[in-house]
Design a protein around this ligand. Structure first.
Ligand code: F6P
Length: 537
């Protein structure tokens, strides 16, 4: 992070220390308008933040000093910005709907491949949706089980729930991710083998959880249908690893490929979205891509002062690095977005949870905020108390849709009233004086006082549709990108998850060995011994 540019931001934080969000609104009647903008079907009101024009200008300077414009271009044009893995980062190519687009990696245009896989997915989704894809006994598919984890699960799950109103309801979708056998067992209780399609979704096709669940599902299917050949009719794969797919027993004709330049947590618009395309159909899927594409173009072309992902990223940095806010909260006021915070957790925390700069030096500032959240209004009756009156500063993004897919009485008005009221309460709070005016007993005044001055962003769209969902996902993807550029970290590798994977193999061999090796630390050895005793080994 550029030290000089940051110093300026810091100075302004100090200077404005005494001004609250309430003061800032009182000073400028045009503030709401000034700090709002529209892009790709989303309206962002970021006026309820601890900012003024000078702070925003200093933050934009920070982005400029990080060469953000050039970095954006590097990503969109396929430069190998994931340097520790020697890969390009081209999820934007997956939704580039310009028929003339050419994007080269290692001298080869990737776009024909992108379009080919999309068409292959569309054809396959059609045959399943129309009942033309028959299982081993000749029956049509009724159940689709996606087996994957991390980026090969969270995106499809989140979007499948989000786009329920667009889904073919005669098909039932399940997502198995955890290596906890309960996840698979409970799913298999819900489906019938001769009507089930398993999608094994794994970029590498080596991930322990996915491959173990896929093998177990295969064994179950063969047992149920009493023929190994049934596998070809009930298993397809989404992967970059053709050999591993063939070794598993899946016909590579039924493999939907993608490329090493698609990171797992950015892979929803790749073939990883196959289960979603089966659910909502190819036309709606294309609309999802259109939403992504609109936000991509906005991000690539808008000046930073009017660029939604850039603004969200800069505000995040302001609170994280300037005010010491360790986490931020994403609060969708839409039940269909119930898994959106979980999806964002991987996107953000696996990307920017890094402590080494691109030069291999330890960072001298904090990076990668902790992201969490729940749908409103549920969260209001759980953790909002701490956001309102606790000692931590937790900036929040509120997300709402003006129209509901399920109007019942005035429920939706109530939902949205709660959203707006929360941002109002967080920003403006309630003074001791106001409490007294309301006749609050003096003894209770300290408890009923709300400090306010809590920053929020509000994102509104007319309706949650495939297009607005695509734009929303792209908005956060680019926000995370911008923050990674400013923090000067590699956002597209994830070496931190490797060590646990490697150690788990060693522990597993000790759990099942005749005699454990005893080569771990005393605590781990003790836990292994206790487990072995409990299971009778
Ligand atoms: O958790 C690490 C990770 O590599 C994620 O980045 C990825 O989304 C997930 O595992 C699953 O990987 P794969 O798709 O290769 O099974």
């Amino acid at each position: 992070m550029d030290a000089q540019a940051w110093e300026k931001v810091d100075e302004l934080i100090d200077k404005n220390q005494t001004k609250t969000i309430k003061d800032l609104f009182a000073e400028d009647p045009k503030r709401a308008e000034r700090f709002s903008l529209e892009a790709a079907g989303w309206f962002l009101d970021y006026s309820k933040n601890r900012i003024d024009a000078a702070t925003m200008k200093a933050l934009v300077k920070l982005a400029e000093k990080a060469n953000l414009k050039a970095e954006i271009e590097k990503m969109f044009t396929g430069k190998k910005i994931n340097a520790t893995e020697g890969r390009a980062v081209l999820h934007t190519a997956l939704r580039n709907l310009d028929p003339k687009a050419k994007i080269k990696v290692d001298g080869k245009d990737v776009m024909p491949g992108v379009r080919k896989v999309l068409a292959q997915m569309g054809d396959f989704a059609d045959t399943v949706r129309r009942g033309q894809w028959k299982g081993w006994t000749g029956k049509r598919i009724k159940y689709v089980v996606n087996i994957g984890i991390g980026g090969s699960d969270l995106g499809p799950v989140m979007a499948n729930i989000a786009l329920t109103p667009y889904a073919k309801r005669s098909l039932k979708f399940f997502f198995v991710s955890n290596v906890d056998s309960t996840h698979l067992a409970e799913t298999l209780r819900e489906v019938k083998a001769d009507q089930t399609l398993f999608i094994v979704a794994s970029k590498t096709f080596t991930t322990q959880e996915t491959m173990s669940n896929a093998e177990a599902a295969k064994a179950w299917l063969v047992k149920e249908l009493k023929d190994k050949k049934a596998v070809a009719k009930h298993f397809v794969a989404v992967s970059t690893a053709a050999k591993e797919v063939a070794d598993f027993g899946i016909d590579t004709k039924n493999m939907f490929g993608f490329w090493d330049w698609v990171g797992g947590r950015y892979s929803l618009p790749s073939a990883i979205g196959l289960s979603l395309m089966i659910a909502i159909g190819r036309t709606n899927y294309k609309k999802l891509l259109r939403g992504y594409y609109k936000m991509d173009r906005h991000f690539r072309t808008a000046r930073f002062e009017r660029n939604m992902p850039v603004i969200l990223a800069l505000l995040g940095i302001l609170y994280h690095n300037g005010y010491g806010a360790e986490s931020y909260c994403v609060l969708p006021y839409d039940q269909y977005l119930s898994r959106f915070p979980a999806y964002l957790q991987q996107m953000d925390m696996e990307s920017n949870g890094k402590c080494v700069t691109k030069d291999g030096e330890k960072v001298t500032y904090t990076t990668g905020p902790i992201e969490w959240g729940e749908p409103g209004t549920n969260g209001q009756h759980s953790f909002y108390q701490l956001i309102h009156q606790g000692t931590h500063l937790i900036p929040c993004d509120f997300i709402g849709c003006a129209r509901t897919h399920n109007p019942i009485g005035d429920l939706h008005d109530k939902l949205m009233a709660n959203l707006f009221a929360q941002t109002e309460a967080l920003a403006f709070g309630k003074t001791a004086e106001e409490c007294r005016k309301e006749g609050v007993d003096e003894k209770l005044v300290p408890f009923k006082t709300f400090e306010g001055n809590k920053p929020t962003n509000t994102l509104l769209t007319d309706e949650l549709t495939p297009e607005t969902l695509g734009a929303l996902v792209a908005l956060y993807e680019h926000k995370v990108f911008v923050q990674g550029v400013i923090w000067n970290v590699y956002s597209y590798d994830q070496w931190g998850v490797q060590l646990g994977k490697v150690l788990a193999k060693g522990v597993l061999s000790d759990l099942v060995a005749k005699k454990p090796s005893g080569r771990h630390d005393a605590s781990t050895n003790q836990l292994i011994a206790r487990y072995r005793r409990a299971v009778g080994r």
